[in-house]
Design a protein around this ligand. Structure first.
Ligand code: BTN
Length: 278
């Protein structure tokens, strides 16, 4: 904030939040022994870190490639939605990870949610939850989301791009477009930097992706259930224009959500589904 004296009036001008340069070295230091597992790159601006890494995946970039962007001009969310982010107010990044062709990828994006919650919890953030399939909640409002995209690798493998977006600060533009329904990490009072949050999430992703590759989502289902934001709630599910109502149950070993409706139990894959409290 700066003060300007004009005539007799003292005007206070609120300057846009200053954007400190992203410190890649700090991320490497925080990763310690695990720094060698990642190749972290930072850009001031790009269309979408997921789009960029999908291209790099096709060109043969290795597992562990990470791209962080201060700003995305075409950030993408689930169901074709735009993902809002702003320099200094968001952490937006993607990680390229490779699996064998035989690997079943059901539950991968739910597993990523576990890594994010583990990382933030370890840094003192409380009141976190996961809203099926891909949302991270803080104090029952959306803090962030996960977008996983898959391409066939060139060496008989499968390349996945794991995109994560987190709100760090509230932002005036979002207040208008998203309403009051979102949360920002600043509300947790944990005083976290983007570098520290990124390093913590990457560490937890290593552990979670390792378990996922060896044992599949079945090994992570119980942990996901501990953070399940909607268990027991009356919900409505919209899929291809069809809306159904029921009571939200748990998830199964493939990450499918169980919903008990008047017509019986539904098991729903993530995909193009919208889940809301009724
Ligand atoms: C959602 O909740 O709809 C998922 C949001 C995922 C956003 C992240 S930000 C980094 C990466 N790049 C993108 O374009 N999307 C993901």
């Amino acid at each position: 904030m700066s003060a300007v004296l004009r005539g007799r009036k003292l005007l206070f001008l609120f300057m846009p939040q200053e954007q400190a340069t992203f410190n890649l070295r700090q991320v490497r230091d925080l990763l310690g022994a695990q720094a060698g597992r990642f190749d972290v790159d930072h850009v001031a601006s790009c269309d979408s870190t997921n789009t960029q890494l999908l291209t790099r995946a096709e060109r043969g970039s290795g597992a562990g490639t990470v791209l962080v962007a201060d700003k995305q001009t075409a950030g993408r969310g689930r169901r074709g939605r735009q993902w809002h982010s702003a320099p200094g107010s968001s952490l937006t990044f993607s990680l390229l990870w490779r699996f064998t062709r035989e690997q079943r990828l059901e539950g991968l994006s739910l597993s990523v949610g576990i890594a994010v919650v583990r990382a933030l919890s370890s840094m003192g953030v409380a009141e976190l939850a996961l809203k099926w399939p891909n949302d991270i909640w803080l104090m029952r409002r959306k803090l962030g989301g996960v977008l996983v995209e898959v391409v066939h690798g060139t060496h008989g493998d499968m390349a996945t791009v794991i995109g994560i977006g987190l709100n760090l600060q509230r932002h005036a533009d979002w207040d208008e477009s998203l309403g009051r329904s979102y949360a920002a990490l600043v509300e947790s009072q944990a005083g976290l930097t983007r570098e520290a949050v990124l390093a913590a999430i990457l560490r937890e992703l290593l552990a979670v992706l390792d378990v996922f590759a060896r044992e599949g989502f079945a090994a992570l289902t119980d942990e996901w259930m501990q953070y399940h934001a909607m268990l027991g709630s009356e919900v409505s599910i919209e899929q291809s224009g069809l809306v159904r109502h029921g009571r939200c149950g748990g998830i199964d070993a493939l990450g499918r959500l169980e919903v008990d409706t008047a017509e019986g139990r539904l098991r729903i894959f993530g995909g193009e589904v919208s889940l809301r409290t009724a």
